[in-house]
Design a protein around this ligand. Sequence first.
Ligand SMILES: [Zn+2]
Length: 87
Amino acid sequence: MEKKDMLIEWLDGADENTEIGYFNPNGQQCGGHCGVEGTDNNQYAYKTECTYCGYVYGTNGSDMHERKCPQCQGGAPGIRYWRIVEK
Ligand SMILES: [Zn+2]
């Protein structure tokens, strides 16, 4: 078997609050989603980065505009945003 790097494509969400590069008022930046469902209805889980402390975590698209960092702003724990690779 040929070993391949895992290719993940990060995608923008449907609205401006979930576009890659979006910053919310708390300094949390949207990194897009890779097709993983969030924990809220019909939401994707977005990779989110805190621009204050660098913590990376997952956020439902519906929460992106008001998300706070779990690490330095007392926000809710992140959700899984990464794909689980099947073996
Ligand atoms: Zn932070």
